[in-house]
Structures are given as structure tokens and as C-alpha cells.
Design a protein around this ligand. Sequence first.
Ligand SMILES: C[S@@+](CC[C@H](N)C(=O)[O-])C[C@H]1O[C@@H](n2cnc3c(N)ncnc32)[C@H](O)[C@@H]1O
Length: 475
Amino acid sequence: MQQGGQPSSTSLRLCAHQYVVAAAGRTFAGSAGPRQPGAKKRRAKVKSVPTARRAAVEQLLRVEEGAYVASVAGLAGGQSASTKQHILTDRDARLVTELVSGCVRWQRRLDFVIESLTGAPVTRLDPPLRQLLRLATYELLELGVPHHVISEHVSLAKQLMHPGAGAFANGVLRNLARLMAEDAVPRPAHPTSATLTLQQRADLIGIAHSHPSWMVQRWLERFGEQETLDLLRWNNMRPAGHGVRVAPAVVDDALLHRLAAEGVTAEPSRFLPRDFVVVRRGLQHLLAKGLLAARGFQVQDESAGLVVELLDPQPGDVLLDCCAAPGGKALYALQRLAGQGLLLAMDVHAGKLRRLETAAVEQGRAGQLEVHTADLRDHVNALMAGPPAGPGLQSCDAFDKVLLDVPCSGLGVLSKRADLRWRRSPADLAGLRLLQAELLEAAAQLVRPGGLLVYSTCSIEPQENEDQGIGMEPL
Ligand SMILES: C[S@@+](CC[C@H](N)C(=O)[O-])C[C@H]1O[C@@H](n2cnc3c(N)ncnc32)[C@H](O)[C@@H]1O
């Protein structure tokens, strides 16, 4: 790699941080009830009955309106407004998370079943009825709830909407129960016929495994059918646990016993056994009681920790985290500096950088942190044009180690982010690829000769990973 016209031995570590936490398998659920043309859109009116099922429908409606599953399911920290409103028990909160994640993950397949039963697109249903039918289909088909529970779904449809919606839900769900008993639930055709085009195979597999066709087609071309099916099944598994970084505490028997006494099942991380635990059970409880924040612990995937492990911060290092917000990796890197050295955290997002600053103060790490709100590309351009007028980088080639954790498609973490598959499009990939290339070019200017640049994504797409490193010297 050339830096400022000088040949350099800068090392590049490419790292797609996904596939670290193993997960347990599962399958799916569904909905229907065509809205009459011209009928007024009704919105769910919340009355009484603070059940997990009702909370799940409300949260599914929020996801439909654009909220992230992680935020409505409470995994982003604390219970969501809706679950707080209903004062759900920890057990119910866990159930809501399971129901919401499952319905979103299996949405395409659920909709296929519902549309087969109703003969109409789910988009013609009022949103509360659509989400209720998805939920009920998920519970019946995937979770295997007994068929008498259908009467509870029907009551909920009446409460949320009107008696007609209840009658409609009853008809659809009783029909589904009958087909289940006859082992005749509608399924997409098997994609074996040699006459099928790639697009047609992608459609059938996409319905059966509930992924967008464009993603399936992309992977069929790259991996072939068997590996693609393995990948889709992996994406449909629920995470078997959640990583929690406990550093600067150390994972030892005493810590595990303290967690167990609070009803939390956790074990040391396979990959970072000193600093991370994997919580199998009880995360909602820790979040709801504020116990993580109180101890300086943070929900953080082990794979994110491994990126910092690759960066290998040593006391005295001068580090740059180019895309630092919201700051999970920066906080871990600060801990590894152990009070000696400096980390400059840059990001375009000022608000999210402030959260990092606050957390660093709370954890007693503020002395090693500088933050700088900037577009990395503009900043490097300005730096190349002349000496900096304000805070931030003082020169090119200034940093021992640079972390570039770029914005990416997230296609390597679909099992952990149930809604992401429906949010992404091929156009996103093209735009991200260009942005990543520009950021990589800029970040490379800032590493001292002989220093280290770690580039990381949560994607498995070569365009976002190894193809970006062309022309750089791999480790
Ligand atoms: C994957 S996230 C980084 C996550 C972060 N490293 C962490 O561990 O919490 C990507 C970040 O890149 C930032 N970003 C996007 N474009 C940027 C740019 N041109 N310059 C600097 N930061 C940028 C986004 O605001 C976002 O916070």
C-alpha cells in the first residue's frame, strides 16, 4: 500500500465478524382478512388485557411502521415503552421477544400460508389483523401451541378491531388447524425441476425459508443450492445466547455464581473467555433491573470483541477508531489500553459519539479518549490539503493502529437481526460498497508506516470484504 507516496508495510486485517454465537433451530407462523375497498383503515385501540400476545401484536405494528425489532423487543436496553405500559413479567417479556422476532423472521412464509388460505394479498388486511394472523400462524405452525388457543386469538382480534375481524380470524385459523391435522398446510413447490429459471428457484426457496428472492438468488449463484440452504437455515435460527462484555471485571467462578444467584445462566465465551460471557437465560432480567449498566457491563457480541482482539490495543498505543459510534468496540479498546495511550474516536454522528463519551466518563476511561465528529473522507482530504485548524487528527500517518468498522449490509448477522433481511435491497449493497471503498482509502492514509489497519464488517459479501482489500498487503 502507498501512504503519502511512501511504500509502507502497513498490515491489513480483514474481518467479517459474524457466525460466532451458535444458535438453536426453529421454523415459522402467519395472517389474513381482506379489507374492503374504500373501508377506513382502523388502528389498534389498546384496552386492558396486558398479555404477551397483545403486547406482541402491538410491537409487530411498531415494527411495520419502521421500528427495529431489537428496540421493541427490549434487547437494546430495558423494556420498551409498550412492555413497560403492560408491566410484563420477565417471562412474558421473553415470550414477546420470541414472538416478535419469530413473526418478523418468518414473515414471507407466514404470508404465503395466509394468502393461500384467504386467496388475497396480506397487504389488503388491516394492519392489526395482518399482524394478529401472522402471530397466530407462527404460534400454531412453529411453536406448536394447541389449537384451542385459537379462541384467544379470536378474542384479541375482536378487542383490537371489531367482531367481524374476530369472525374472519376464526375462519382462517380453524381452516389452518384443519389443514395441519390433515398434514396439508400449503407449501411452495419444491425447486427441483430442471425447467425452473434461477429466479423461479430463488422465489420458491425464498418463500420456504422466508428470505427475499434477491438475496437467495445472489447466494445460489455464489454457493450453489446446498450451501445456500444451510445459510438460510442458519439465518432462521434464534441466537442461543447473547454476548455480554464484563471487562474490566474478569470472568471467573465468583462472577458466574453471582449471576446464577440472580437467575442468570451464563458461561465464559469460547473466544474471549476472560472478558465476555454468553448469557443463555436471564438477559431481559439484567436489562430490566439496570444491572448491566450498574456494573459497567455491556451487551456486545463476542464477534465485536474479536475485532478489538485483532486490533490488539496495547498500553501506550495511539489508536484511531474511524467509524466509532455508538462505541462498543471503542470502549473495549479503551479498556485494553489500561489507562495508557490514546484512542481518537471519529464518526459523522455527533449524538452517538456523545453516548460514547458519557460511557467512557462513567467507566473512568475519559483520560484516554478524544472524540471528533467528522466525515472521515472530508477530514482526510482537509488534512492532505494543509495543517488542521481544529481538534482531531494532527497529521497523516499518526496512528499505530486504525480500526475501520464500516457501515455495511449486515448480511452476515441475519440470525441476530430478524428484520434486517426485509430492510436491505440490492441498491443498498452497491451504495455501501462505494462508501466502504472511499472510507478504506481515507483510513489507510492515517496509519503510521508499519502500523495496523483493521477493516471489519458484519457482512459475508465479498464486495464488502476481501474485494475491498485488493491492492493491500494482507497479513
Ligand atoms: C458499523 S457502525 C460502527 C459501530 C462501532 N464501531 C461500534 O463498535 O459501536 C458504522 C458507523 O460508521 C459511521 N459512518 C458512516 N459514514 C461515515 C463517514 N463518512 N465518516 C465517519 N463515520 C461514518 C456511522 O455513523 C456508524 O456509526
